[in-house]
Design a protein around this ligand. Structure first.
Ligand SMILES: Nc1ncnc2c1ncn2[C@@H]1O[C@H](COP(=O)(O)OP(=O)(O)O)[C@@H](O)[C@H]1O
Ligand SMILES: [Mg+2]
Length: 370
């Protein structure tokens, strides 16, 4: 999977123009507020996803402009394809000149993973971000998992409503049925997440080892009420069921379900210590990068397509050896990387460099003499 050409008009602060990236590393450098992240956002839109900055579609239309349009030539499924996105109040899209019912229908045609500084919360913050990461990653592999999750959530909501009623003095009628159902749906969530962790672990370890020059070891582990990763789905179901029964008094008092996959976590350790509490900024950044790149690598194993990597501001806080890994050792996939300081970029072998200045993007290839 790679971007061959990108054209932009009226998008954010970008001056109308186009770029022709190379299949390897593409650097976008420039001072703050020049449009580097805006360009990554425009590429990301072709995944069919929402803005990774949480922006509304209409926010991305340039100030004072009626509409924005993006055109991309990309290579996927062994052929060149073309997609177009038009944004007014909302986004609309076409693929090979044919209008799609909505821009989200681009999903699965063009794929990318994005690292943005906001994703550092993946390590730093509480477990819900990590659960969402696992669930979203697995949904990309098995879209049917979305229904499994929705079903678990629906049953959980029902059980919680019943617990609240019991707390308010109603009889505990029907609770057993909800226990059974929740344990069953919970075991399916458990099975999906542990399957995904099993798939991604070798890639995470391998990439993290590369970033840290083999000096540090990362471990990821699923921390679940249903047991560890070796537990079979049927055991997980039984275990969840008995825990729900054991915790009935606690749950009734709380008025909600206190154990289950909605409380589980993906624990990340670096050299045996919880990264969330003990890792440095640079180590946390490296860990998030390893998780994101591993997500791409699993996607490649399953679909045969290597997603494009969009790495926003990943270089700051990385020491020169880690920067060198990002620039020179990610082989076989296309990378777009933004940075303010162009000096590490000059140590890159090959690749293409673009300067971003007040929304104007200039290919610096001839200036670097490569
Ligand atoms: N809809 C828009 N129209 C025009 N300019 C915008 C729009 N949205 C954001 N900007 C401008 O884009 C700039 C930020 O671009 P960004 O890509 O985030 O910068 P950076 O190069 O630091 O990554 C800001 O100056 C902001 O005012
Ligand atoms: Mg930026």
């Amino acid at each position: 999977m790679r971007v061959e050409r990108l054209e932009y008009e009226g998008f954010r602060n970008l001056e109308t123009g186009s770029i022709q990236p190379v299949p390897e590393v593409n650097i976008l450098y420039g001072q703050n507020g020049q449009g580097k992240t805006n360009l990554l956002e425009s590429i990301w839109f072709f995944t069919g996803g929402r803005s990774f900055r949480g922006a509304k579609d209409s926010d991305t239309v340039g100030f004072g402009q009626e509409k924005a349009s993006l055109k991309m030539d990309f290579f996927a499924q062994d052929r060149s394809q073309q997609a177009e996105i038009n944004i007014e109040k909302r986004r609309s899209a076409s693929l090979e000149g044919i209008s799609l019912p909505s821009a989200t229908h681009l999903a699965g045609t063009f794929c990318a993973v994005v690292f943005s500084p906001a994703h550092l919360t993946l390590i730093k913050d509480g477990p819900d971000g990590r659960r969402r990461f696992l669930d979203a990653a697995y949904c990309q592999l098995r879209p049917g998992y979305m229904r499994v999750l929705a079903e678990y959530q629906r049953i959980l909501t029902q059980r919680n409503a019943l617990l609240k009623n019991i707390r308010n003095g109603q009889r505990a009628e029907g609770l057993e049925i909800w226990d059974e159902r929740l344990a069953e749906a919970g075991a399916r969530v458990f099975a999906a997440r542990t399957a995904y962790i099993r798939k991604m672990t070798p890639a995470v370890k391998n990439i993290y080892s590369g970033i840290s020059g083999g000096k540090e070891n990362i471990e990821i582990e699923y921390s679940s009420a249903a047991g560890d990763i070796s537990v079979l789905p049927e055991e997980a179901r039984q275990r969840l069921l008995s825990l729900l029964k054991e915790n009935v008094c606690v749950d009734t008092e709380a008025g909600f379900t206190t154990i289950g996959p909605h409380r589980d976590d993906l624990v990340v350790d670096i050299d045996g210590k919880a990264a969330r509490f003990f890792a440095s900024q640079g180590q946390q950044r490296s860990a998030v990068l390893a998780l994101k790149l591993a997500e791409a690598s699993v996607l490649k194993q399953v679909t045969g397509e290597q997603p494009v990597a969009l790495l926003d501001d990943v270089m700051s806080e990385l020491d020169p050896a880690r920067q060198d890994y990002v620039l020179n050792h990610i082989h076989g996939w296309q990378v777009f990387l933004t940075c303010c300081d162009p000096s590490p970029v000059m140590k890159m072998n090959g690749g293409r460099v673009f300067h971003v200045d007040k929304g104007r993007i200039t290919d610096m290839t001839s200036e670097r003499g490569v």
